[in-house]
Design a binder for this molecule. Structure first.
Ligand SMILES: NC(=O)c1ccc[n+]([C@@H]2O[C@H](COP(=O)([O-])OP(=O)(O)OC[C@H]3O[C@@H](n4cnc5c(N)ncnc54)[C@H](OP(=O)(O)O)[C@@H]3O)[C@@H](O)[C@H]2O)c1
Length: 330
């Protein structure tokens, strides 16, 4: 199937939609990041929008809203969207119905809706009503990658777990006495990007007792009003109530679950799409050997001023704790 994507300022519309959606990765849980572009029949871009956070308009609905506000809704012909339009009402009305009501003639979408309950839903409904619906093969993979954590959560009920570990020249994770880190400024910035996209952070008592990290996003601008869950694994209860209170005062909801599996299940129930493990060798090692992880990001010091970042992925759709069918669209 070939999608004749309209050219827009030298970039195709799906790239514009992807770029807009990527700004909100980490801001939309439990919904996925989605971007959409509204085009006139001649390919003129009328609107570029994204879903910004749960409870606010979906990307396609915002395109329609913007076209209406500009007095150009009658020109809206094609909507290009990174994810198949939804066909179910949550906190907001179904996008398939909104597109029909707006008189849209053509919909080009990237990724299929991964929710096992709604596959084919929005596209099918639109086709049935006479709208031309095309899946864009060129950007399908990039669109699926954009919602990787959401797809995992939709299918398993668990957050995507990213374990970040940093290793110095000697192959150790433990910084020299008096230091909290040994990574380059670029790697530090990258580590804060990882925090920014996470809905929860997981750490161990050893890290808190030796470093007392702030766990806030500082090297990059954080999503406004984002509140993260900070899971502290501390079976012996060595971390003080004062430390937890201080973390809460920094905006975290501190949860001290006793075991990792229970913590992940609870995070999934709470709609967390991605959890970032920032722990020392003991807990990181235990998580990596348990199988309860999806990405391992290793920052390896090559020289005192150069790091290499290695990423390995580990996807287990048939996880024992899998809750296929668990899904909530907000
Ligand atoms: N390079 C890096 O990427 C990095 C990142 C973070 C920290 N660090 C460094 O790591 C050092 C601390 O190392 P660490 O290994 O003691 O810290 P850790 O892994 O953060 O914490 C270890 C503690 O976590 C608790 N824990 C709870 N559930 C656990 C489980 N299922 N398996 C294992 N542990 C569990 C244990 O205490 P209970 O038995 O009481 O539960 C254990 O003593 C510090 O020097 C810090 O600077 C390095």
């Amino acid at each position: 199937m070939s999608a004749d994507l309209p050219e827009t300022d030298g970039k195709d519309a799906m790239i514009l939609a992807l770029e807009r959606a990527r700004i909100f990765v980490g801001a939309t849980a439990p919904n996925p990041p989605v971007g959409a572009v509204g085009l006139a029949a001649d390919g003129t871009v009328l609107s570029v929008q994204a879903h910004e956070r749960a409870g606010t308009g979906h990307a396609e609905a915002r395109v329609i809203e913007e076209c209406r506000a500009l007095g150009r809704l009658h020109e809206l012909h094609t909507v290009v969207v990174t994810l198949e339009p939804c066909n179910h009402e949550g906190r907001t009305p179904a996008c398939s119905e909104a597109l029909l009501q707006a008189g849209v003639k053509k919909v080009i979408y990237g990724a299929d809706d991964p929710n096992p309950r709604v596959v084919g839903g929005g596209a099918g409904r639109l086709r049935q009503a006479g709208v031309e619906v095309i899946q864009d093969p060129k950007h399908q993979e990039a669109c699926a990658e954009l919602i990787r954590t959401f797809s995992h959560w939709s299918r398993t009920g668990l957050p995507w777990v990213t374990v970040k570990t940093a290793w110095n020249l000697q192959g150790s994770m433990v910084p020299e006495v008096g230091a909290k880190t040994f990574t380059t400024p670029e790697s530090l910035r990258f580590a804060h990007e990882l925090r920014k996209r996470a809905d929860a952070l997981i750490t161990g008592s050893g890290t808190v007792l030796s470093d007392s990290p702030l766990f806030t996003v500082r090297q990059v601008e954080d999503h406004p009003e984002k509140k993260r869950i900070l899971v502290l694994l501390d079976r012996r209860k060595r971390v003080s109530a004062e430390w937890k209170l201080a973390a809460e005062n920094r905006g975290f909801e501190v949860v001290d679950d006793l075991d990792l599996e229970g913590a992940l299940y609870n995070l999934g129930q709470r709609g967390c799409l991605e959890a970032l493990v920032e722990a020392g060798p003991e807990l990181s090692g235990a998580i990596l050997s348990s199988g309860f992880w999806n990405s391992h990001v290793q920052i390896r010091q090559i020289t005192p001023s150069l790091d290499r970042i290695e990423i390995s992925n580990h996807v287990h759709w048939n996880h024992p704790k899998s809750r296929a069918g668990h899904f909530k669209q907000l």
